[in-house]
Design a protein around this ligand. Structure first.
Ligand SMILES: *Cc1c(COP(=O)(O)O)cnc(C)c1O
Ligand SMILES: [Zn+2]
Length: 410
């Protein structure tokens, strides 16, 4: 497929492929358009399997080209069968997409790699972003590798490790006294006045396409087919919308057979504007003020909220939310059943999956893929107060036998 400019998602108005992101006619979001090309499904699959073990194996479905000397090789993360978690939830075909295995340990490396290639194409010298934490982390790392200046904007009060793991790459970290939504509004203004590449603002049409690779990989890893259902954590809603687009594009190009994927969105109750609209059968998503342990999802005014709502309804999916307590329980359940430590976003995903399964809203035989999008190590604060303390003993066999044997259950 080749890039054929941008088009408005709302009114269809066409634009040249430039660093622009809003329709001048109706203020709708702009998206990259492609021409189909003449490869059939098998030819596409052959090209993919010969490609690198990263998102760039799906180059034909992305709007930019890989820049080898800038490449941190994001993506191509494991899809693992989750039989033990599945048993706990009563699901017989559960898979986890372990996207903690990325260069900066979250799915944001996928979108940033594509934004970075676009920044180079449009010859920007500064790479920036409005971030809830993981995006800043990825922008700083990828910009360092490319030798670009990075200036990242975050709200106050993020997890310590997210700030430190970002600062290590020597970007300028700007902490804004406000919420993520304030940070985002500021970055919109900066983008209008200054020629900066702001990954999720003026490069959003390109950046957002990187998230399609989360669908491409799952389809390939399931043996070239789409799952019955995906459960996706939602902040702005971009990842959710683009995972759907990824499955659609693979079907249209004949890479996988036609199949409806039930798009299921997971939010935290402390920031669940889309879940609230879904519950109330409303068409509009009303902004909220976030207050949740899931800081990477704390976007009170989600840019793609309306599209998430529509896709969940049209595909037979759902939008559901869980409390912070349920998020923390889900992080621990995932850890103890599957040996995988997620940040709260993944706790939201597993918490919602658990809630829907318990309510009988998911057929036990459905092939379900739950996206684990970020690592727990960057958000220790969420669980450090609830995990069991170590058992302290003297370095003697007697002390071991007295205090440990019973605990080991032998
Ligand atoms: C950013 C982020 C999300 C949400 O992505 P959106 O595209 O904003 O909906 C989910 N999980 C993690 C770990 C993130 O960093
Ligand atoms: Zn428009």
């Amino acid at each position: 497929m080749a890039v054929d400019g941008l088009a408005c998602r709302e009114c269809g108005q066409r634009y040249a492929a430039e660093p622009i992101f809003v329709c001048e006619r109706c203020f709708g979001p702009l998206e990259v358009q492609y021409t189909q090309g003449d490869l059939d499904g098998r030819e596409h699959r052959d090209r993919i399997v010969r490609g690198p073990a990263s998102i760039w194996r799906y180059q034909d479905f992305l709007p930019v080209s890989r820049v080898p000397e800038w490449d941190l090789a994001p993506g191509y993360t494991p899809l693992v069968r989750a039989d033990r978690l599945g048993r706990a939830l009563g699901l017989r075909n559960l898979y986890l997409k372990n996207d903690t295995r990325n260069p900066t340990w979250s799915f944001k490396d996928r979108v940033v790699a594509v934004a970075l290639a676009a920044a180079r194409q449009f010859e920007f010298a500064v790479l920036s972003c409005a971030s809830t934490g993981n995006l800043a982390n990825a922008v700083a790392a990828h910009a360092a590798k490319a030798g670009l200046r990075a200036v990242v904007f975050i709200p106050k009060g993020l997890e310590r490790a997210k700030v430190v793991t970002t600062a290590v790459y020597r970007p300028t970290v700007v902490e804004v006294e406000g919420t993520y939504d304030d940070v985002n509004r500021l970055c919109l203004e900066i983008g209008e006045e200054h020629r900066w590449a702001i990954a999720n603002v003026n490069l959003r049409p390109y950046y957002s396409e990187g998230a399609k690779t989360l669908a491409f990989e799952v389809a390939e890893q399931l043996g070239w087919r789409a799952p019955d259902r995906v459960v996706v954590p939602v902040g702005s809603g971009n990842m959710f919308v683009k995972i759907h687009k990824g499955f659609e594009e693979f079907q249209r190009a004949g890479v996988i057979p036609r199949h409806t994927v039930r798009m299921t969105a997971a939010q935290a109750e402390g920031c669940g504007p889309i879940a609230a609209a879904y519950r109330e059968n409303a068409d509009r998503v009303l902004p909220v003020k976030p207050n949740t342990v899931a800081k990477s999802l704390a976007i009170g005014s989600p840019a793609d909220g309306g599209y998430v709502l529509d896709l969940a309804r049209r595909t037979g999916g759902a939008v559901e939310s869980v409390t912070d307590g349920e998020v923390v329980d889900a992080i621990r359940l995932l850890g103890e059943t599957e040996g995988l430590f997620t940040e709260p976003a993944g706790g939201v995903t597993i918490g919602v999956l658990r809630k829907l399964a318990a309510a009988g809203a998911i057929d036990p035989d459905e092939v379900v893929v739950a996206y684990i999008t970020g690592i727990g190590l960057k958000a220790i604060e969420a669980v450090e107060h609830v995990v069991d303390a170590a058992v302290t003993i003297k370095p003697t066999l007697a002390s071991f036998e007295e205090r440990v044997l019973a605990l080991a259950g032998t």
